[in-house]
Design a protein around this ligand. Structure first.
Ligand code: ADP
Ligand code: ZN
Length: 519
């Protein structure tokens, strides 16, 4: 038999073997079953619908929101000798007519179509007249209001099930927590689907986070100690800090190059090429950098600011170690990052729901940053994956952080926020707790507060850690305009002794170089 999946894989796509669960998924689709396929980006989802489209009679209809990529996808398939086409709103009428005729003549194997185009009555009735091999719903998380990329047209794809009850559907996505998954399955009517959930684990990546803002000095120490001649990516939040960080690393003898959207095209191309070709270039970039970049030997990805959410963190750190060799995901962040991200969301154009989802995702990220047990477990659990910690390859597994009963410290911190009328940021609260007299303290008469000087048992760094963790755990909120700390619903639980709270101990010697213990 010539057109077995493996033959097609070998002879059309030129790959020797299937990856992960591709073979099983393809068999299931060929058997006429619905399939739900959750696989990380780069896992190889496309073949899961392309190969069945070639094996089966009729055309495979691929619904994709990425209109800009359709041309490229079709070109790539055409080069392999596959009869592929796309339909979307960017095409002129004559082109659309030609493709419709080809569909009727059974002359297309794979058709990419934008959801709004598919949902037009004339497309649907055209499809009713031809032989359909399968529906593939790519980026299926767009169905979900809770996902990060909701598209209303995707919800209407539910009518495919009604109009084409006998055509198998495969839904594919790289991002779906439990809630999003359920929504995809409900909306697309995939209750009986075979569910394939590929692990998101990247075992060769070591996850490490510094809560105490070791900043770029810490970054330089990390690079010199562990990756002195390696290739890496350093992410910063703003273009300004991209430039200053790249210049600073260069002044310390590192081969560091800046990359952000506003650099002249020739400079960007040059930096990108050097990064791709040379083996010890460090690219300092905004998050715009990295989409579609597939360099196998990136040995570290460093974040000098918080990423937007866990999905972004996973994608960005995932650019390290594509070759499977040991690599590091390193991060240092500050309270200020949290405030900045919250403000960016609040002032964005998005809907209320979008803002809520964004804040919720940021909270999940903060929770991740502050966990005191296995980070890999935390990431994988976030993606609804069971994982038995400890992984032995994250900072918390390698050097379990000490924790302490922080209930009393939390009470003092929350009382200070309350007594100073919820109008000040963390640094000022710390000054009050430590009983410091400075201009701001006297201006507001805070030396007369009952909480003034009640926190001398901790250092200022320790108190900052307490405030940061209280924010991360939702016991304190942040005023989005001014960065003032506010009590929340949950604060009461602590103030009324309804709950105990554990904090990570803040290392006392933040400024000293890291002692070189076993990794
Ligand atoms: P996803 O859609 O899951 O992000 P793709 O389908 O784009 O991933 O595949 C990622 C890359 O892996 C592509 O370059 C693809 O050609 C390649 N690939 C997929 N399956 C295999 C395989 N079985 N063997 C080798 N390469 C593969
Ligand atoms: Zn771990």
């Amino acid at each position: 038999m010539n057109n077995t999946p493996l033959n097609i894989l070998n002879n059309v796509f030129g790959y020797s073997q299937f990856r992960h669960q591709q073979a099983q998924i393809i068999d299931d689709v060929l058997a006429g079953n619905d399939v739900f396929n959750l696989m990380p980006t780069g896992g190889g989802k496309s073949l899961c619908y392309q190969i069945p489209s070639l094996v089966l009679n009729g055309v495979g209809i691929v619904v994709s929101p990425l209109i800009a990529l359709m041309q490229d996808q079709v070109n790539a398939l055409t080069l392999l000798g596959i009869k592929a086409a796309f339909l979307n709103s960017t095409q002129d009428y004559a082109t659309q007519q030609t493709i419709e005729q080809q569909l009727i003549n059974n002359d297309i194997d794979i058709l990419y179509v934008a959801p709004e185009r598919l949902l037009m009555e004339k497309t649907l009735s055209l499809l009713e007249r031809i032989n359909i091999a399968l529906f593939a719903i790519d980026e299926a998380h767009c169905v979900s209001q809770w996902g990060h990329d909701f598209r209303p047209e995707y919800q209407q794809l539910s009518l495919l099930r009604q109009r084409f009850p006998n055509v198998a559907t495969i839904a594919l996505t790289a991002t779906a927590d439990e809630r999003t998954r359920e929504e995809i399955i409900n909306v697309l009517g995939l209750t009986n689907a075979q569910k394939f959930v590929h692990s998101f684990d990247r075992p060769n990546i070591q996850y490490r986070i510094h809560q105490n803002s070791v900043g770029k000095e810490g970054l330089l120490r990390f690079i010199n100690d562990e990756h002195p001649n390696d290739c890496g990516i350093v992410y910063c939040l703003s273009r300004k800090s991209v430039e200053s960080t790249a210049a600073w690393l260069a002044s310390k003898g590192k081969n560091a190059l800046p990359y952000h959207a506003k650099l002249p095209t020739t400079v960007k191309e040059d930096h990108l090429n050097r990064f791709l070709r040379e083996d010890n270039v460090i690219i300092v970039a905004t998050i715009a950098f990295g989409m579609g970049i597939d360099k196998p030997n990136v040995r570290f990805v460093a974040h000098l600011n918080l990423p937007k959410n866990i999905e972004a963190y996973y994608q960005e750190t995932g650019r390290a170690g594509r070759d499977g060799l040991p690599s590091t995901a390193w991060m240092s962040y500050r309270m200020q990052d949290v405030i900045q991200l919250r403000q960016m969301t609040e002032s964005s154009q998005g809907s209320e729901l979008f803002k809520q989802v964004t804040q919720r995702k940021l909270n999940a990220l903060l929770g991740y940053c502050e966990v005191s047990d296995c980070r890999r477990k935390a990431i994988l659990n976030y993606f609804s994956e069971d994982y038995s910690a400890p992984c032995g390859n994250c900072d918390n597994c390698l050097n379990p952080p000490k924790t302490f009963d922080g209930t009393l410290a939390a009470k003092k911190a929350l009382s200070t926020v309350y007594r100073s009328e919820q109008s000040f940021g963390a640094l000022h609260q710390v000054d009050i707790l430590l009983g410091k007299t400075n201009e701001k303290i006297t201006r507001f008469n805070h030396q007369n507060l009952s909480v003034f000087g009640i926190g001398k048992e901790h250092t200022d760094k320790e108190w900052q850690g307490v405030f940061r963790q209280l924010v991360a755990m939702g016991y304190l909120g942040v005023d989005l305009q001014y960065g003032a700390l506010k009590l929340t619903e949950k604060s009461r639980d602590i103030l009324q002794d309804k709950t105990q709270i554990q904090f990570r101990e803040i290392p006392k010697t933040v400024k000293q170089p890291k002692t070189k213990k076993a990794p």
